[in-house]
Ligand binder design. Structure first.
Ligand SMILES: Cc1cc2nc3c(=O)[nH]c(=O)nc-3n(C[C@H](O)[C@H](O)[C@H](O)COP(=O)(O)OP(=O)(O)OC[C@H]3O[C@@H](n4cnc5c(N)ncnc54)[C@H](O)[C@@H]3O)c2cc1C
Length: 469
């Protein structure tokens, strides 16, 4: 164990996906070397890999995540645009059908990064690969933790080389961070060392995804860059998004709750888009060239492991990313919370001179609190299980949120605050500010648009990267 004043020499990160990459960057300033272990092999380029099947689906990086990434990797957003990512001015470039009608295309307040998940990860991996303090070891599956001699810390991990037979090898480290995603085995690893297991909360709205990439016919997307057709629960539980990614390609991601999950066969997929609340996505893709197969995904429930509340916690150990708290992906929060967490852990390491322990785990939990409230607050309402019924206060806040969304479609001020909250740059309490509340309680200022605002609006993009907020 390092003394409080000595610099830990070696940190191990379990999992080299988004959370692992971000935390490796944060750790590198406080240790002599960082080893990122992943059971997968990494492709040599912006390509898909088996270890993160969700990469086949739409990945929106909200403003808080863009800002955190630019702090961890200065200039990263600009680099993504140089590599072909498409800046999408929100709401100006969006054709968005909310539960109440088509949203007006006000001047932009945020920029969405139209990029595939492979491009994001590859760009970050290259930054880390250029850092001599950081090393990737792939095809290494971590199977447990090494206990420290004092009985109160971890001293590394146990791993198996995926092509090397059953032999279990030790990998000694001063700090260990688990970033191995939803399937993390940290609860069992901690129990094996006598620390017990964390309590867990699961709230699953039963959302299913199906996605496919396309090349659109020329001229189809003139005047807009994104179509979003939202569900209208409880009557319509299906929605879809058409979103640009690099190299002139587009991603269609469809979602449906419960038995309304989208099909993954060609005809069923197209039929699903045709039967959304608007056929606009269908019209855009029906003559488009598919760029790959259709993929489905069902593991989308909110899942939180309450490590911060465990009675004992080993020094030198931390759990981050989806391994600690995973969200329903429809809210687009996971990557941004992971990047923000890395910024906060970096600050923690600075203040605590390179040490990680219970306080760091509490800081990690704090980073996911707002996103958890947003995701579960909405999902509890539409939970397939429907086990939790809101009280009077809950019903009032749902009424208020519905009304705020309705007003926001036609009021740029309320839309900006709502979008800030969704992009995790302002807390949900911002929606209760008197200036917002007055507009929300007064109600919509004009009737909803019944047709999509297809013509190009006069005011457009807020500039390339780093807009928003
Ligand atoms: C369908 C879907 C859509 C999503 N859309 C969005 C979105 O729009 N916006 C957004 O911000 N987020 C989105 N997310 C969430 C986002 O994908 C995750 O939050 C993000 O990938 C961070 O996850 P992670 O790095 O913690 O874990 P993961 O991405 O799951 O990666 C875990 C890594 O650990 C490795 N690993 C696992 N076990 C071991 C082991 N024992 N030993 C060694 N290595 C191991 C795996 O190979 C993998 O590389 C979406 C998720 C899903 C499922």
């Amino acid at each position: 164990m390092p003394s409080p004043l000595s610099k830990p020499r070696h940190a191990v990160v379990v999992g080299g996906s988004f959370a692992g990459l971000c935390i490796a960057r944060a750790l590198a300033d406080f240790v002599e070397r960082v080893t990122v272990l992943d059971r997968d092999r990494f492709p040599d380029g912006p390509h898909l890999r088996t270890g993160i099947p969700q990469a086949r689906h739409l990945h929106v990086l909200v403003t808080s995540g863009q800002r955190a990434l630019d702090r961890l990797f200065p200039g990263l957003m600009a680099e993504l645009y140089d590599r072909g990512a498409v800046p999408v001015a929100a709401p100006t470039d969006l054709l968005s059908l909310s539960p109440y009608g088509w949203r007006e295309r006000f001047p932009a307040t945020h920029t969405l990064v139209g990029a595939s998940r492979e491009l994001l990860d590859w760009t970050i991996r290259q930054r880390l690969a250029a850092d001599r303090r950081i090393r990737f070891e792939t095809a290494r599956e971590v199977v447990g933790l090494l206990p420290g001699e004092d009985g109160d810390s971890v001293a590394g991990v146990r791993l198996r080389a995926r092509d090397g037979g059953p032999e279990i090898l030790p990998c000694v480290a001063d700090l260990v961070v688990d970033a191995s995603g939803r399937g993390s085995r940290s609860p069992g690893w901690l129990a094996e060392l006598g620390y017990g297991r964390p309590e867990e909360t699961r709230i699953d709205a039963g959302l299913g995804y199906a996605s496919r990439r396309y090349r659109l016919a020329p001229g189809v997307a003139d005047g807009w860059k994104n179509i979003m057709v939202m569900p209208k629960p409880p009557r319509v539980s299906r929605g879809g998004v058409l979103y640009p990614i690099e190299n002139g390609r587009w991603m269609v991601t469809l979602g449906g709750f419960g038995d309304q999950a989208p099909p993954t066969d060609e005809a069923g997929f197209l039929e699903f888009t045709r039967n959304l609340r608007s056929p606009l996505i269908y019209e855009a893709i029906r003559h488009a060239e598919p760029d790959g197969p259709i993929h489905g995904f069902r593991r989308t429930g909110n899942h939180r492991r309450h490590y911060e509340s465990m009675s004992r916690w080993p020094e030198g150990f931390l759990v981050v990313g989806d391994a600690a708290c995973a969200f329903n992906p429809v809210y687009g929060q996971g990557m941004s919370v992971a990047a923000q967490t890395a910024v906060v852990v970096g600050e923690h390491l600075r203040v605590h001179r390179g040490r990680l322990g219970r306080a760091a785990q509490a800081a990690v939990a704090g980073c996911s609190a707002t996103a958890w409230t947003i995701a579960t607050g909405t999902d509890l309402r539409f939970s397939a299980a429907g086990t939790v019924r809101p009280g009077r206060r809950g019903r009032l806040s749902y009424w208020y949120l519905d009304r705020a969304s309705d007003v926001a479609d036609r009021d740029p001020y309320v839309l900006r605050v709502l979008t800030d909250v969704q992009h995790l740059v302002r807390p949900p309490a911002a929606l209760a500010h008197p200036r917002v509340a007055l507009r929300v309680l007064r109600g919509p200022i004009r009737p909803p648009l019944s047709n999509p605002p297809l013509s190009t609006p006069p005011v457009t993009a807020p500039g390339r990267p780093g807009a928003g907020g």
